[in-house]
Design a protein around this ligand. Sequence first.
Ligand code: UDX
Length: 450
Amino acid sequence: MEEVRVRRRIVLVPVPAQGHVTPIMQLGKALYSKGFSITVVLTQFNRVSSSKYFSDFHFLTIPGSLTESDLKNLGPYMFLVKLNQICEGSFKQCIGQLLDEQGNDIACVVYDEYMYFSQAAVKEFQLPSVLFSTTSATAFVCRSVLASVNAESFLIDMEDPEVSDKVFPGLYPLRYKDLPTSAFGPLESVLKVYSETVNIRTASAVIINSTSCLESSSLKWLQRELQVPVYPIGPLHIAASAPSSLLEEDRSCIEWLNKQKLGSVIYISLGSLALMETKDVLEMAWGLSNSNQPFLWVIRPGSIPASEWIESLPEEFSRLVSERGYIVKWAPQMEVLRHPAVGGFWSHCGWNSTLESIGEGVPMICRPYTGDQKVNARYLERVWRIGVQLEGELDKGTVERAVVRLIVDEEGAEMRKRAIDLKEKLEASVRNGGSSCSSSLEDFVNSLKM
Ligand code: UDX
């Protein structure tokens, strides 16, 4: 009789937010294809859909009752600290039960770096554990450096504009103001989370959703400093694309794109978390309209204060967007970026959006809001030279100029060439025998067999 091979189990612990769920599910898919069974452990505060796309995965939910209003009241960073406190015990119990049922075979626990409650369980049961970073390697380096920074002295420095424009020692070309400090809450709570997450002593390895052809020196820094193996298994959306959109995609925008000229459209999306001020939305609408380029704009419900969607915006807004614009609540972003009509991407520079844009050879207008987005924006403009960063107050003149530079001017054409060059390098790194992704995935899988 043919022997049925039992798949070894890998447990994934995602942060319940789109930008974190997407890459960890892609990683799960890559590992499933290497012969592992995948168990996803969710908290009760859940935004992960165990959809038909993941019917091969097992989903478990651990108790720990935090709500949307806790998120609103505490802010994302203190919310995460609380979630970690609440879930530590229930995760231990969950892993204990899995080990009882499954004859002690968990190959490893892969946890999002912000779900560090996982460490207590892996320590107790002596399991291999892997910290998964959904941001760039460079942002990871920044967090590691910031974890040892004194909040008070840092605050004083940051109040001086001359200091905030200076390059941070050792992190060229990042300036003080590019560092992931002004996240969603006060500096103290950001640094508290960093120092807790950076304590990776119990993790036996780190997986980063990146590749050496984008971030060679940051990856080398991590490999040198972290004292555990670092696997750059990225970009995961190319290595193992897996649809995991938490919102419904409006596909009518593809029909609209089909009617636009090649390379003429600016696509605007600020990811799943960023919020926009009404005055900025109006400046954007004016600038986009004045640029005379067609634009596809994702405005997420709830992203404009005191508005369900766009109903609170003045009449002027509808007039400005009606001629050349098309607005949706959520788009099939990968398909949009791949569309030949799209000439540029105005982005908040979340790491997934950044990788997706580079992966399609699309240059960017960078308007980062918070956290790691500012690091990515600086790299897009200064290191990869495929982006135009908008800094300071938004005004319609700056918006118009940025769109024209990117879509119409020779400067934009040069950026596009460099973006296509990077796209080709990324694809080569994902293909078998490529420089980074495929060999890192193999190395990681082999490490689990030892
Ligand atoms: C955040 C951070 O910004 C990011 O850097 C971090 O690594 C994870 O958390 P988010 O702000 O949502 O994520 O941005 P991003 O990382 O760009 O992820 C957004 C995802 O939503 C992308 O995969 C994008 O394709 C998808 N998306 C966005 C859509 O599918 N449709 C849309 O209309 C907009």
